[in-house]
Ligand binder design. Structure first.
Ligand SMILES: [Fe+2]
Length: 167
């Protein structure tokens, strides 16, 4: 028998706080960092950063759709909860690869969070609180975001490699 206790997400409060974190990551961290990065780097990197920033907007829309389908979740409360994290400051970089590395790290953080929500949330719980037709949609929305975050990490990985921080 394993001694590790598994986390199971099965209450509105738990899912609300995790989704608020995810929303904050998309809004502030990914959105702002990617956009700041876009404006700071050389032209040759701009196309990639523009796409990542645009797709993060899509993630935010997907999150809103997911949140609106869960009984007991309130978008305003989530926005407020995510604003409480606003005081985090971004590191300042001068090198393009350093900037790209920071975006890479943020996307990894986001990926980790989405994967946790996806794997730890109880399917029975989602069935109870899902307002839409198919509760599996909750997990499908997360899977789609996870796929894109992985693609972002791959696209940025080559620059992270240049820093020698990724093997
Ligand atoms: Fe994202």
């Amino acid at each position: 028998m394993s001694s590790a206790k598994e986390v199971v997400i099965k209450s509105i409060d738990e899912i609300e706080s995790l989704l608020a974190r995810a929303y904050w990551l998309e809004e502030e961290f990914e959105g702002v960092t990617q956009w700041e990065a876009y404006t700071s780097v050389e032209d040759k990197y701009k196309e990639l950063l523009f796409r990542l920033s645009h797709e993060s907007e899509g993630h935010k829309e997907s999150l809103k759709k997911l949140i609106s389908n869960v009984e007991g979740l309130d978008m305003d409360a989530i926005k407020q909860n995510s604003q409480a994290r606003n005081e985090i400051k971004f590191k300042k970089h001068t090198e393009d690869v350093e900037i790209l590395y920071e975006v890479y790290e943020n996307d990894q953080l986001a990926l980790d969070l989405y994967q946790k929500i996806h794997s730890m949330t109880s399917h029975e719980f989602v069935e109870e609180v899902w307002n839409g037709d198919d509760p599996e949609e909750f997990f499908e929305i997360l899977s789609d975001i996870i796929k894109e975050e992985k693609e972002h990490i791959n696209a940025l990985g080559q620059y992270a490699q240049k820093l020698g921080r990724v093997k």
